[in-house]
Design a protein around this ligand. Structure first.
Ligand code: SF4
Length: 440
């Protein structure tokens, strides 16, 4: 039994680092604390409880988490500090040793945050010694999560964990095995978003194409069911593995009511030799086929592609293969990441690490390629009329929105347009070339 009196009149502050999944999960933790009577601290107000949801995707991410925890401890002296998320799961002792941390919650335990705080009976009242809960390695539960950003999007977690064990990745250790919510429960969450006035949902997960491991359902069944939810006008599918996005799913998106012509597919390397070193489950021929398939049924689709440069074993010749492969491919934008050594991964056994300055050079080459492709994509749509979902936020005299195929559009600020879908004529570039100017 939870003694909710210890939460009465308490305030909490939340900090999230990393991916959209983390943001969605922080929102779930916030709801649990709110139901127990904890109020969200206002800007600048000292909180009684601080929850920090950490990320560990790179060494730099770990460092940012440490800095954030220290800063938060200073900003909220005496607060009960809870660290959770991937960094907390992977390196609990390291996190517990950071000044100010009272409780380290693993991926499995974060759903029991109330019980843990309750059993520690602290919440700023008890100054007893520091407590670190060592996260367990067995992560099985699926925590349903959905969060709204400060623009117009909602992020619905449909899947968690990963069974792939790519050689460079620690996510399967941080988030456990692949599991998912049921289609019925996810449809209910989407209906709830629609009731609250939400119009756009981004489906998130670690390996969402693997959806259905726990329920025996399929990703295709999921998107078919969500497409029928009234009120949701737009869905976007966040990153999906190339070997798991089926031709049927691509055809469905092309004919669907609400799934946008927008894909995000991790390639990681355009060299088959490097893909093998990475233990990825496809080759460049399969990847090319998926891009061609999308472009055949959705010629206007925006396709974002993740690439990692400087992985161990990526010779100059292999990198050049990647560059050429990407140059040729009809894609829109690259998300370029520099390989980061992660303790405990199999990639550490591969010879020939790439020096940092060479990683930087390769990254610059691909970023420049990405800029060219993105500019060409935007410019090809100038003069067209597109449906734009306008966001809430005001940027000086401007507001922004996105077309169905994810072109950013800038409009003069007008409160009445917020969260509205409008037909907009796409003009030339805005001042800093970050969007196209739109005319209603
Ligand atoms: S598919 Fe590979 S890179 Fe993606 S989370 Fe799973 S192990 Fe990591």
């Amino acid at each position: 039994m939870i003694d909710t009196t210890i939460f009465e009149n308490k305030t909490a502050a939340y900090y999230t680092l990393g991916c959209k999944l983390n943001f969605a999960e922080t929102s779930t933790i916030g709801k649990m604390l709110a139901e127990a009577g904890v109020r969200k601290a206002r800007e600048g107000e000292r909180a009684d409880i601080c929850v920090i949801n950490t990320c560990s995707v790179t060494e730099l991410a770990d460092k940012k988490c440490r800095q954030a925890i220290r800063r938060i401890h200073k900003e909220h002296p005496g607060a009960f500090v809870v660290a959770t998320g991937c960094y907390a799961q992977l390196k609990p002792e390291e996190v517990a040793a950071i000044e100010g941390v009272d409780l380290v919650l693993g991926a499995e335990q974060k759903l029991d945050i109330l019980q843990y705080i309750n059993s520690l009976q602290k919440c700023g009242e008890d100054e007893a010694g520091r407590v670190a809960v060592t996260p367990s390695k067995d992560i099985r539960r699926f925590s349903p999560s959905c969060s709204a950003d400060d623009r117009t999007r909602h992020f619905l977690k449909v899947q968690d964990g990963c069974d792939y064990f790519c050689s460079y990745c620690t996510i399967p250790f941080a988030r456990g095995r692949s599991r998912n919510g049921s289609i019925a429960s996810l449809v209910r969450q989407a209906e709830e978003v629609a009731r609250e006035g939400g119009r756009e949902i981004v489906l998130t997960g670690v390996n969402i194409g693997d959806f259905g491991k726990t329920t025996g359902e399929s990703f295709l069944d999921l998107i078919r069911a969500l497409d029928r939810v009234e009120g949701i006008e737009r869905y976007r599918i966040s990153s999906i593995e190339p070997n798991l996005i089926t031709d049927e799913a691509i055809d469905f998106v092309a004919g669907s009511r609400s799934f946008m012509p927008h894909f995000h597919i991790p390639l990681q390397s355009g060299s088959d030799s490097v893909l093998k070193l990475m233990r990825r489950r496809y080759d460049t021929a399969l990847f090319r086929h998926k891009i061609e398939k999308i472009k055949q049924v959705l010629p206007e689709a925006f396709i974002g592609v993740d690439v990692i440069v400087g992985t161990r074993g990526e010779t100059a010749a292999y990198f050049e293969e990647t560059r050429r492969f990407l140059e040729d491919l009809d894609i829109t934008q690259l998300h370029v990441f520099s390989y980061s050594e992660r303790p405990g991964t199999m990639a550490l056994r591969i010879d020939n690490p790439v020096p940092p300055e060479e990683k930087h050079r390769r990254s610059q080459v691909l970023l420049e390629l990405s800029e060219r492709k993105l500019a060409a994509f935007y410019e090809a749509h100038i003069g067209e009329t597109a449906r734009v979902l306008v966001e809430h936020t005001q940027h000086g005299e401007w507001m922004h929105g996105f077309t169905e195929n994810y072109i950013k559009v800038e409009l003069p600020y007008d409160e009445r347009l917020s969260n509205e879908v409008r037909s907009v004529r796409l003009g030339g570039w805005n001042e800093d070339r970050s969007a196209l100017k739109g005319e209603l």
